[in-house]
Design a protein around this ligand. Structure first.
Ligand SMILES: CCCC(=O)SCCNC(=O)CCNC(=O)[C@H](O)C(C)(C)COP(=O)(O)OP(=O)(O)OC[C@H]1O[C@@H](n2cnc3c(N)ncnc32)[C@H](O)[C@@H]1OP(=O)(O)O
Length: 311
């Protein structure tokens, strides 16, 4: 099945906010499907399956916060072909998670992700296969960013190459002390292909993005905060034993933004997403449509009955 058809099926299946879905559907077709005409999904799935190792683990919690773990520690959590397939499957599960509000993306064994598995990169170094893999990952990471969940990447250790691209597909980024984000693509004779450059420009602006990519700069927590790539630096576990694990700190941080009923939190994400991705006139229409899903809804009526004051 061609990817465009997959995107259409996926978007059609999520029709709780018709206008929002239709607009993103239109945008998805234009931005994701237009540049590789001969994309054959079955073909790329078969190719990716030939590079096994590691897993992507998903834990959906009663709190409404899920934890997605990139798990391939013997290769510094490099993404193998089967992990790319696994990631797509987990994103589908999250798209269907009606009780979800937040998502933390992290790596196993105290490091985030060292990018694409270099053994797979070597084996599929022809242009056609490279572009297919790139399109598969662009599609998956775009869907991750568009989840109606508030997402945060928890960076410990290293986020390199595709790992640095991955973190840009989350709404927020947290860094542990001593961690590093580096778009090493230039050193590999590459540029980002998983959508990381396009998203980076939107996060830090074109000037800073150009510096990060052209200089393959090592971004430590201080620089990350300074340029707006990173939203918070976590406390050092070695000097402050009371803070718990980095994952606990990330959950604590995210809990500030996911307090409240599921439909309201998901609606917040949708209006920001449409503002981020759509032209103003379409974003305004979408905002009205999402507004219609919460106006007069249970949380709204409850707040009115409580005569809430916001002192
Ligand atoms: C569009 C996507 C573009 C891309 O993502 S291209 C890939 C970009 N990433 C890279 O080039 C990362 C290369 N690796 C490194 O620089 C270093 O291994 C790294 C991550 C800084 C860690 O350094 P160290 O702490 O010294 O550990 P190490 O080098 O001994 O690594 C431990 C084991 O992990 C392996 N590894 C690390 N990154 C990998 C990768 N991307 N693909 C496949 N294997 C990878 C590494 O080969 C080593 O394995 P082994 O113990 O020698 O069997």
């Amino acid at each position: 099945m061609r990817l465009c058809a997959v995107m259409r099926t996926f978007l059609k299946s999520r029709s709780r906010c018709g206008a929002w879905d239709r607009l993103l559907q239109k945008q998805s077709r234009a931005s994701i499907c237009s540049h590789v005409h001969s994309f054959n999904e079955a073909n790329i799935r078969e190719k990716l399956q030939a590079f096994p190792g590691g897993s992507i683990d998903l834990l959906k919690q009663d709190s409404g916060i899920a934890v997605l773990t990139i798990n391939n520690p013997s290769r510094m959590n490099a993404l193998s072909g089967s992990m790319m397939l696994d990631l797509e499957e987990k994103v589908t599960q999250l798209e269907n998670w009606t009780d979800g509000k937040g998502l933390i993306v992290c790596g196993a064994a105290e490091t985030f992700c060292s990018g694409s598995d270099l053994s797979a990169v070597r084996a599929i170094s022809n242009t056609q296969d490279g572009m297919m893999m790139c399109m598969f990952m662009q599609n998956t990471l775009t869907r991750l960013l568009r989840l109606p969940l508030i997402s945060v990447a928890l960076v410990e250790g290293k986020a390199l190459g595709g790992g640095a691209e991955f973190i840009t597909a989350c709404d927020f980024r947290l860094m542990a002390p001593d961690s590093v984000i580096q778009f090493v693509h230039k050193h590999m004779g590459l540029v980002p292909g998983w959508g990381g450059a396009a998203r980076l420009v939107r996060i830090v602006g074109a000037q800073k993005a150009l510096q990060l990519l052209a200089g393959a700069l090592k971004v430590n927590p201080t620089l990350g905060l300074q340029i707006g790539l990173v939203d918070e630096v976590l406390k050092d576990l070695h000097t402050d034993m009371a803070v718990g694990t980095t994952l606990k700190q990330a959950e604590q941080w995210l809990s500030n933004y996911v307090k409240g009923p599921v439909p309201v939190i998901q609606a917040v994400k949708k209006v920001v997403l449409s503002g981020r991705e759509l032209p103003l006139s379409e974003a305004l229409r979408t905002e009205m449509s999402v507004f219609g899903t919460v106006w007069g809804g249970p949380a709204n009526l409850q707040a009115l009955a409580n005569k809430s004051k916001h002192k």
